[in-house]
Design a protein around this ligand. Structure first.
Ligand SMILES: Cc1cc2nc3c(=O)[nH]c(=O)nc-3n(C[C@H](O)[C@H](O)[C@H](O)COP(=O)(O)OP(=O)(O)OC[C@H]3O[C@@H](n4cnc5c(N)ncnc54)[C@H](O)[C@@H]3O)c2cc1C
Length: 232
């Protein structure tokens, strides 16, 4: 969420520390937990796809979906026909970035270097037209900064066909793992096996024009400038 994609900042920021509630308290691998809201915001900033977990008709559904966010809430959107977007229900949203494979001496100690966030909340269906438009702008510009102003904006009919849900960022947790395998100073160090981290990064490639575009159509700067930059 860069300043240019944030039309109307909420005046009140959430506390700088993440709350430790019955839902967010880490029980396992606690040393990987962070209570710093800045870490949550960095994780949200680095991605644009989340997994929305919701119980629909008694069964869990985990839906990968695009998100946007501001200081207080995360927005997801989709078709009004989407069963996962009914709103008014508890949801759990995760955002995950994989930074590398942790290849240990023992299979047991293998792992992943990662940054991940989990948000617990109630999904609120956004009905106020102004908030809906602002939320959709956040979402669009979070994935593709500058695209809201560049592309044609939604018509009334398109807006009516779109559901926007907001989930408060109040009750959220973060886990981050970095560094080497954990068995370098244990008995398995004597095995003489290679161990370490296989880092993983993803970058944006060159834009591929729609073959139906007139040839002379330039690639807008806000799209072209992302080539070669890192995602995640
Ligand atoms: C890419 C990736 C791969 C992983 N692979 C494994 C694996 O193979 N095996 C394994 O055991 N674990 C793995 N983890 C860690 C896993 O996500 C859990 O943190 C861990 O398994 C503990 O789960 P739990 O249900 O016991 O959590 P608990 O400690 O009981 O969870 C309590 C609360 O802590 C918070 N929390 C838990 N996990 C996370 C998280 N990852 N991010 C943010 N908040 C969290 C939530 O708010 C949750 O409600 C992986 C994580 C990532 C990101």
């Amino acid at each position: 969420m860069s300043p240019e994609t944030h039309p109307e900042p909420h005046p009140q920021r959430l506390p700088a520390s993440l709350p430790q509630t019955e839902l967010t308290r880490h029980r396992r691998l606690r040393e990987q937990g962070s209570l710093d809201r800045a870490d949550l915001e960095a994780i949200l900033d680095a991605g644009f796809v989340c997994h929305l977990g919701v119980v629909v008709e008694g069964r869990p559904l985990v839906v990968p979906t695009v998100y946007g966010w501001d200081e207080r809430q995360l927005y997801v959107h989709g078709s009004v026909a989407g069963r996962s977007l009914a709103g008014g229900t508890p949801v759990c949203v995760t955002v995950t970035h994989v930074d590398g494979l942790v290849l240990a001496r023992s299979v047991f100690e293998h792992g992943v270097n990662y940054r991940s966030a989990m948000i617990h909340g109630e999904a609120r269906k956004v009905t106020d037209p102004e908030e809906k438009l602002a939320g959709l702008r956040l979402l669009t510009d979070h994935a593709a900064p500058g695209q809201w102003a560049y592309a044609r904006q939604p018509s009334r009919k398109e807006l009516a066909a779109t559901t926007l849900l907001a989930v408060s960022l109040e009750e959220a947790s973060v886990k981050i793992r970095t560094g080497a395998p954990d068995d370098g100073d244990g008995p398995d160090a004597a095995l003489g096996l290679w161990a370490g981290v296989l880092p993983l990064t993803s970058t944006w490639d060159a834009p591929v024009p729609d073959p139906l575009l007139p040839q002379e159509t330039p690639v807008p700067t806000h799209i072209a400038r992302r080539e070669g930059t890192r995602h995640g």
